[in-house]
Write a protein that binds this ligand. Structure first.
Ligand SMILES: [Zn+2]
Length: 337
């Protein structure tokens, strides 16, 4: 630990009972030649007195927990006559930890749950969370979003029940930008504000991928005038998967022989053929020769997924248009027949 000439270690003592190493640090006269007054910015500070002792957890010494103990000096500015406490040397971003210890804590927390890291270090996990949050907040403030043009927004269920978050992501850099409580149109306003604070601009956003919720659509329309709304593949396909399930339920209710054929096939229709078990595959082979509307609906779903698998955007567009035509024709045939 490099302290510079403004500070010196005056004592190192080992406390057997607590299994702890105490490192006492105190200021030297050189401190006052380097200090600038935080109020007026002038180098006209002299020593006034000392604040009560405080402690900072530091890296272990020979596997023994070590703490820095220091009564921070208070300075008095000759010019503006204000008194202030000098900042502790090597203090981390959260209270009571040195920079070196925080760096070690962060490294550990990347590899394991915070609680486990706390057990290893002999610290409460609250203390470690505080250090983590302080570093995340500092790093997040510095982030630049000036390249962000494609954004994805999606809702997340925070806990059980209706406790929603909307998460905004940068789809090109594949990083999370912001998480906001709620899933109404106001979350878009919050995101637009944050973009401004991070060198981005709402008008720079050209594509926003969202689900089909009217609230998101409204928010995008109001705050991202240049953005094209994109319904992402996941949400589109999941709507179609649900539609197939609905067809199955209707068919089971409407037709006794279909009910028999369709018993316990719910999961078969929800999966892709690659995910079928051997049993489900046999089942499907038996079912595909039957004139089931559910089978037709399932074939439609697979066809739609093929549109996403197209090698070019033009081909995807064509496949999608063909698909819409097909589905419309079949639906008309079914409802009129
Ligand atoms: Zn001053």
């Amino acid at each position: 630990m490099a302290l510079g000439d403004a500070w010196q270690v005056t004592q190192m003592s080992y406390h057997e009972k607590e299994q702890q190493m105490e490192i006492r640090v105190t200021d030297t006269p050189a401190l006052w030649r380097q200090e600038t007054c935080p109020h007026c910015g002038r180098q006209t500070v002299r020593g006034y007195d000392h604040a009560p002792e405080r402690r900072w957890r530091h890296l272990n010494v020979c596997q023994i927990q070590a703490e820095i103990v220091c009564a921070l000096p208070r300075g008095e500015c000759v010019e503006c006559e204000k008194i202030y406490t000098v900042r502790a040397p090597r203090e981390g971003r959260s209270r009571g930890l040195t920079q070196e210890f925080e760096a070690f804590v962060l490294t550990l927390m990347r590899e394991m749950p915070v609680k486990r890291a706390g057990e290893i270090l002999g610290e409460t996990d609250q203390k470690l969370w505080r250090a983590l949050f302080a570093h995340v907040a500092a790093a997040w403030t510095d982030l630049s979003w000036d390249n962000v043009t494609w954004v994805g927004a999606d809702e997340m269920n925070r806990k059980k029940g209706h406790n929603y978050l909307t998460v905004f992501v940068d789809l090109q850099a594949k990083r999370v930008l912001l998480a906001v409580a709620g899933k109404d149109a106001s979350v878009c306003e919050r995101f637009a504000e944050e973009l401004g604070k991070h060198n981005g601009h709402p008008r720079a956003i050209t594509q926003i991928a969202i689900d089909m919720s009217p609230a998101y659509k409204k928010g995008v329309r109001e705050h991202f005038g240049n953005a094209t709304v994109v319904f992402d593949k996941f949400h589109v396909v999941s709507q179609v998967v649900q539609a197939v399930d609905e067809v199955r339920r209707l068919e089971v209710r409407a037709d006794a022989s279909a009910r028999e054929q369709l018993t316990r096939t719910r999961w078969l229709w929800r999966k892709n053929p690659e995910a079928w078990t051997a049993q489900e595959e046999t089942r499907w082979e038996q079912l595909q020769t039957k004139p089931l509307v559910t089978g037709l609906a399932y074939a439609m779903r697979l066809q739609l997924q093929q549109a996403y698998a197209a090698p070019t955007a033009a081909q995807a567009r064509k496949r999608f248009a063909d698909w819409c035509r097909w589905v419309r024709t079949e639906a008309t045939g079914l409802t009129s027949g």
